[in-house]
Write a protein that binds this ligand. Structure first.
Ligand SMILES: *Cc1c(COP(=O)(O)O)cnc(C)c1O
Length: 396
């Protein structure tokens, strides 16, 4: 009897998500009765606001349980158009909006719509773990540009210029950033986008954390820069992080009409519409503005407090150096002074002190940790104490 043939190159080349792996390991230790301090979470520790859940329940009971148009229910797409106009002055038509099953899928479809085998995609590192895998699944090649803490984890125009080849098709920009929390200023983005424009690239702007921003920093919607920029920019955002709706699986794309149409057609063959009644919950998030604003304000107050506590606590540990990031719910301290590979650092930290952190190398930047502060003040305090003890016991 012969063995079955090998799996496809897609199956063999995929790397499983390292962030989900660390989170799973921490949860397994917890389930086994260990007192784990986890900084591995990639989602808000708040529940979805009540009015959003209620609208979904009402829709479900009213029979919104059938197929809907692939790019999303009309009122939700309209509400997305209105929010971009109100928040950024972006004038998009309903046809330019595609609602997809999670911002992750919006990103993937944006890459599939613009990249072919042989194309190169520039991904600044540290990067969100899914971009390289998505690029490979499109048959294209990821090209990484390391942006370390000396530039605040931000790509410079000169670095971009140097990375572009005749094969470069797409630039991925993620601000506020997962994993570093870095927020580019409008001026910084304008300078980068000018280079992308000069070389005729598409831009995938992942603005998933646009509303999780502190110190009075402002989110930037790249597509508003000029008509030329808008014509080549795919804007991805969604409901997961802003409204604590990660399990709902609802993300959004706003793109030039030909790209939006291509994305909707790809989606029509790969997944169809986002769960119909879930879209009514998302609609309530955008329509019941006062309730949503209040829920977001509560989350932001907690995130901002924890961000400052974690940042101060990290920099109090000899050998740890951490920038104060202005967005998302992550800090990305540099631990390279301890002379350990970050993977080894994280493994030993989890084993000896039961503290879970994701190594920077998972995001293409060796020597750092990603710590999520989407967890309680008590866990942050206890975790910092343990991390301090762990570091004190390491020889530098
Ligand atoms: C969480 C996240 C997404 C997508 O989230 P979904 O849960 O798929 O909506 C996209 N980009 C970044 C950088 C993220 O952290």
């Amino acid at each position: 009897m012969s063995t079955p043939p090998p799996l496809s190159i897609w199956a063999r080349n995929i790397s499983p998500s390292p962030t989900l792996a660390v989170d799973a390991k921490a949860k397994a230790l917890q389930a086994a009765g260990e007192d784990v301090c986890s900084f591995a979470a990639g989602e808000p520790d708040f529940d979805t606001p009540e009015h959003i859940k209620e609208a979904c329940i009402v829709a479900l009971k009213a029979g919104k349980t059938k197929y809907a148009p692939t790019p999303g229910i009309e009122p939700l797409r309209q509400a997305i158009v209105e929010r971009y106009a109100a928040e950024y002055g972006l004038k998009a038509a309903v046809g330019q909006v595609v609602v997809s099953p999670g911002g992750k899928f919006n990103c993937y479809l944006g890459i599939l719509a613009t990249c072919s085998p042989g194309d190169e995609v520039i991904i600044p590192a540290p990067y969100w773990v899914s971009y390289p895998e998505m690029v490979k699944l499109a048959g294209a090649t990821p090209k990484f540009v390391l942006c370390d803490d000396r530039t605040g984890f931000k790509l410079t125009p000169a670095q971009l210029e140097a990375a572009i080849t005749p094969k470069t098709r797409l630039l991925v920009i993620n601000s506020p950033s997962n994993p570093t929390g870095a927020v580019y200023t409008r001026a910084e983005l304008e300078a980068i986008v000018a280079v992308a424009l000069k070389h005729n690239l598409y831009i995938l702007s992942d603005e998933m954390y646009e509303h999780l921003i502190y110190d009075g920093a402002k989110p930037t919607c790249i597509a508003t820069f000029s008509p030329e920029v808008e014509a080549r920019t795919i804007t991805v955002a969604g409901f997961s992080k802003t409204y604590a709706m990660t399990g709902w699986r609802i993300g959004t794309t706003v793109a030039p009409l030909p790209i939006a149409k291509a994305i909707a057609e790809l989606q029509s063959q790969m997944s169809s519409n986002v769960t119909t009644f879930a879209q009514y919950g998302a609609l309530a998030a955008l329509k019941e503005k006062e309730k949503t604003r209040a829920a977001l304000a509560t989350m932001l107050t907690a995130f901002d407090r924890r961000r400052k506590i974690l940042h101060a606590g990290l920099n109090n540990i000899p050998g740890v150096n951490c920038l104060l990031a202005q967005g998302a719910f992550y800090l990305f301290p540099n631990v390279s002074s301890f002379g350990l590979k970050d993977m080894e650092f994280c493994n030993r930290l989890l084993e000896t002190e039961k503290v879970a952190a994701v190594p920077g190398s998972a995001f293409g930047a060796e020597g750092y940790l990603r710590l999520s502060y989407a967890t309680s003040d008590a866990i942050i305090a206890k975790g910092l104490e343990r991390l301090g003890r762990f570091c004190a016991n390491l020889k530098r």
